[in-house]
Design a protein around this ligand. Structure first.
Ligand SMILES: Nc1ncnc2c1ncn2[C@@H]1O[C@H](COP(=O)(O)OP(=O)(O)OP(=O)(O)O)[C@@H](O)[C@H]1O
Length: 680
C-alpha cells in the first residue's frame, strides 16, 4: 500500500478526539519511519484486506478509493435489503464481540492509522441507513450503481483484488454468518466506547425489525379479515338483490293498482257528468254510441231553453210589428202615444235578446270546456279498455328487470307501458311491439327488420330534446320490446286536445326545443331526417322539456347524397297534414332532405298558434291525397284571430316555402332570429 493511500485513509478520519490523537500518533510514526513504511507495506495490505470485509456488508465502500471498490459483488443485491441488514447486524455483532483493546494495539503496531478505524465506524453507520430510510432495495441498487461506476473509472487493479479478497471473507450464503479468519485472530479490534454504542444500535434495530415484522403480520391479518368481510358483503348483496327487487316491484305494483282503481273510479264519476258509451240495437245490428251525461244534458237543456226563449221573443217582436198602427190609427191615438209604446216594447225585446245571446255564449263556452273534458274522458276510457284487454296488464317483470306498471297508450302496432327498471332504478316506457299472428312470416320479418332499423338509428341519439332509447329485447316469437326514456308529461297531441291554442310565447319555446333536437340530428356525421314530426311525436318530461320521439319513418342521409337530397323510397307513409309538397310528387321519385322536417315544424307552429292545421285541417288522410291538398298548398293564410306576431308569421312562411329549393334546411333555419334566445 502506498503512502498516498495511507494518507487517504487518514483524511477519512472522524473528528472524535481519541481517534484524532491516534491519527496524530500514527502520522508522526509514519513520518519518522518513512523508510520502514515501505517494509511495512505488506502487513498494512494484509490488514486492509481484512478491513474491507465489514465495508462490504453495508455497501459502505463509499469512503474507499475507487481502486478498492468491487464491481462484481452482486450477491447482496440479489438477496435483497432485509437479508443485507440481517447479515450486517450479525456481522457487526461478531465484530463487536471480537474487538478488544489488545487488537487495537496490534493494529497500531502494524502501522494502520486511527482513520482506518474511523472508516470502520463510518461503514457501520452507513449500514444503518437502509433501515433508517426504510428503502432498502433502493439504497442497495444505488450502491450497486456507484460501485459499477467506480470500477469503470479505475479498472480492475490491485484494489479490485483486495475487494475480491474481502468479498470472499464476507458472508456464507447459507447462513449469512461472517467468515473471516482475521476477526477470529483478533486482527480487527474496536474501541471499548464504541462497543456499547453499537450494541445499543443493534438492539434498537432488532427491535425495530421485530416491530416491523409484527406490523406486517398485523396488516396481513387485517387484509385477510377485510377480504373476508368484503366477500361476505358481496354474498349478502347477491342474496338480497332478488329480495330487494321483489320489495320494490311489490310496492310499485300496489301503487299502480291503486292508480288503476282511482282511474276507473274517476271515469265512472266523469261518465255520470259527461257521458258514456252505450250499446244501440237496431234489429240484429249492435253498435256503440255516445250518451251524454248529466252535466252535458243540463248544458244542452240550458241551451235549448235559451233558444226557445229567443224564439218566443222573436215571435213577440214580429207580432208587435204587425200591431204597428197605420197612419189613420195614429191620428186617432191621441198624439202618437201608442206608437211610442210599441217602440219601447220593441226595445225591451231587443235588449232581452242581447242578454240571451250573452248567456248563450257563456253556456256554449262551458259546453266547449265539457267537450274537451269529454274528449279526455273518451281517450282515458279507451286507454282503460286497452289496458284491460292487454296481455301485459298483470304486472309482469320483463327481461328480469323491467317491472311493467300501467298502460300509457296504444299505437298502431304497439302498446306503451310505464315501467320501472329494477337495475338502473328509474322509470322507463316499455313499447311492446306485437306482430299480428295472422301475418305471413315475410310480413313479420319485414316488420322486425323495420323495428331493428329504427332501434339502430334511435339508440345512437343522445340529446336533451330527443327521447333516449335504452334497450331492445325479444319477449316471444311474435313480440319484442323497446325501452325508452319515460316522459311523464303529456304528448303535444294531448296538450293541444286539452288546450287547442297556446300563447305564442309557449308555442315558440316548444318549437325552439324541437329545432335544437333537429340541429343535433343534422350535425352528426350520419345526418337523419325524422320525417314524422307531428304533435303525437313530441313528448314532455316532468319539467316541461320537449323531446322528439318515434324514429320509425326516419331516414339516414348517406354521404353520397347530392345537394337535392335523397330518394324517398317509402312514399305514402307519414301523416299528410305535416308533409311538404315534394313528398306527394308522383311524376318521379321525390328527392328529400331535412327541409321535410322544416316544413313539418312550420305546420306544427301554425297549429299550436291558431288551433288548426294550415292545409287540409278538416280533411281525412285519404281526402288530402285524393284532392291533392298539399300539392295545391302554395300559400299559407293566417286567421285574424288570435293575434300573432308578424315575426311568428314570417317564420312560419319561411318554413312553409312551397318550392323545396327555396326553403331553408334545418341548419339554415336554425340561424333564424325567431329561434334565437339571446338578449337583444
Ligand atoms: N317515452 C314515452 N314516455 C311516456 N309516454 C310515452 C312514451 N312513448 C310513448 N308514450 C305514450 O304512449 C302512447 C302510445 O305511444 P305510441 O308511440 O305507440 O303511439 P302512436 O304514435 O300513436 O303509435 P304509432 O307510432 O304506432 O302510430 C302515447 O300516448 C304516447 O304519449
Amino acid at each position: 500500500m502506498s503512502d498516498d493511500m495511507i494518507l487517504h485513509f487518514s483524511s477519512n478520519s472522524s473528528n472524535q478526539s481519541d481517534q484524532s490523537s491516534k491519527i496524530a500518533k500514527l502520522e508522526a510514526r509514519l513520518v519518522g519511519k518513512a523508510s520502514s513504511a515501505v517494509a511495512a507495506q505488506p502487513q498494512v495490505q494484509a490488514q486492509l484486506n481484512s478491513w474491507s470485509a465489514p465495508a462490504k456488508f453495508g455497501g459502505s465502500l463509499d469512503g474507499l478509493p475507487d481502486s478498492l471498490v468491487d464491481s462484481d459483488d452482486t450477491d447482496d443485491d440479489d438477496n435483497g435489503g432485509a437479508y443485507l441488514i440481517q447479515a450486517n447486524t450479525q456481522k457487526r455483532r461478531k465484530v463487536d464481540e471480537d474487538c478488544s483493546p489488545t487488537s487495537v494495539e496490534n493494529v497500531e503496531d502494524g502501522n494502520i492509522s486511527g482513520s482506518t478505524q474511523q472508516a470502520a465506524a463510518d461503514a457501520r453507520h452507513r449500514t444503518i441507513e437502509p433501515l433508517d430510510n426504510n428503502k432498502l432495495g433502493g439504497d442497495v441498487n444505488k450502491r450497486k450503481q456507484s460501485r459499477g461506476r467506480a470500477t469503470t473509472a479505475s479498472g480492475r487493479g490491485r484494489g479490485h483484488r483486495v475487494a475480491d479478497q474481502a468479498k470472499n471473507q464476507i458472508i456464507s450464503p447459507s447462513n449469512g454468518q461472517v467468515e473471516n479468519s482475521h476477526h477470529k485472530d483478533g486482527l480487527f479490534k474496536e474501541q471499548p466506547g464504541n462497543d456499547g454504542h453499537s450494541s445499543r444500535e443493534v438492539t434498537a434495530l432488532e427491535e425495530e425489525l421485530k416491530k416491523s415484522r409484527e406490523e406486517v403480520s398485523d396488516s396481513r391479518n387485517k387484509c385477510e379479515r377485510l377480504e373476508k368481510e368484503l366477500k361476505d358483503i358481496k354474498d349478502y348483496e347477491q342474496q338480497m338483490k332478488p329480495k330487494r327487487m321483489k320489495v320494490i316491484s311489490d310496492l310499485l305494483i300496489s301503487v299502480s293498482k291503486a292508480e288503476r282503481q282511482e282511474a276507473r273510479m274517476r271515469i265512472r264519476q266523469d261518465s255520470l257528468r259527461l257521458g258514456n258509451v252505450g250499446v244501440i240495437r237496431a234489429g240484429t245490428v249492435i253498435s256503440e254510441a255516445w250518451e251524454d251525461g248529466q252535466a252535458m244534458k243540463d248544458i244542452n237543456a240550458q241551451l235549448r231553453s235559451l233558444l226557445e226563449m229567443k224564439e218566443a221573443i222573436e215571435r213577440q217582436r214580429k207580432s208587435l210589428k204587425k200591431r204597428q198602427p197605420d197612419k189613420g190609427e195614429v191620428a186617432e191615438a191621441e198624439g202618437g202615444v201608442q206608437e211610442e209604446d210599441i217602440l219601447m216594447q220593441d226595445e225591451i225585446f231587443k235588449s232581452r235578446l242581447a242578454s240571451i245571446k250573452r248567456e248563450e255564449e257563456s253556456v256554449l263556452r262551458e259546453r266547449d270546456r265539457y267537450e274537451l273534458e269529454k274528449g279526455r274522458l273518451i281517450r282515458e276510457m279507451k286507454r282503460i279498455r286497452d289496458e284491460d284487454g292487454s296481455r301485459f296488464n298483470n304486472f309482469q317483470i320483463l327481461n328480469h328487470r323491467y317491472a311493467l306498471l300501467n298502460l300509457l297508450g296504444k299505437g298502431g302496432f304497439s302498446e306503451v307501458y310505464k315501467a320501472f327498471d329494477l337495475v338502473e332504478h328509474r322509470y322507463v316506457a316499455c313499447k311492446l311491439h306485437g306482430l299480428n299472428a295472422q301475418w305471413s312470416e315475410e310480413k313479420k320479418q319485414s316488420y322486425i327488420r323495420h323495428a331493428i332499423r329504427e332501434y339502430n338509428i334511435h339508440k345512437t341519439l343522445v340529446h336533451r330534446h330527443i327521447v333516449r332509447l335504452w334497450d331492445i329485447f325479444e319477449i316471444d316469437h311474435n313480440t319484442f320490446c323497446t325501452v325508452l326514456e319515460y316522459c311523464s308529461g303529456k304528448d303535444l297531441d294531448a296538450v293541444l286536445k286539452a288546450t287547442p291554442i297556446l300563447p305564442e310565447r309557449e308555442a315558440r319555446i316548444i318549437i325552439v326545443q324541437i329545432f335544437q333536437g333537429l340541429v343535433y340530428l343534422n350535425k352528426r356525421s350520419q345526418k337523419i331526417i325524422h320525417y314524422d314530426l307531428k304533435p303525437g311525436n313530441v313528448l314532455f318530461d316532468e319539467f316541461g322539456v320537449a323531446k322528439v320521439t318515434d324514429f320509425g319513418l326516419s331516414k339516414i342521409v348517406e354521404d353520397d347524397v347530392g345537394s337535392q337530397g335523397m330518394e324517398l323510397t317509402s312514399q305514402g307513409a307519414g301523416t299528410y297534414w305535416y308533409l311538404p309538397p315534394e313528398c306527394f310528387e308522383l311524376s318521379r321519385t321525390p328527392l328529400i332532405s331535412s327541409k321535410v322536417d322544416v316544413w313539418s315544424l312550420g305546420v306544427l307552429l301554425y297549429q299550436i298558434l291558431f288551433g288548426r292545421r294550415p292545409f287540409g285541417h278538416d280533411q281525412s288522410q285519404e281526402r288530402i291525397l285524393r284532392e291533392d291538398t298539399i300539392i295545391k298548398a302554395r300559400k299559407v293564410e293566417f286567421p285574424s284571430r288570435p293575434s300573432v306576431s308578424n315575426e311568428a308569421k314570417d317564420f312560419i312562411r319561411r318554413c312553409l316555402t312551397y318550392n323545396q329549393a327555396d326553403r331553408p334546411d334545418v341548419l339554415a333555419i336554425a340561424q333564424d332570429p325567431y329561434l334565437n334566445y339571446t338578449k337583444k
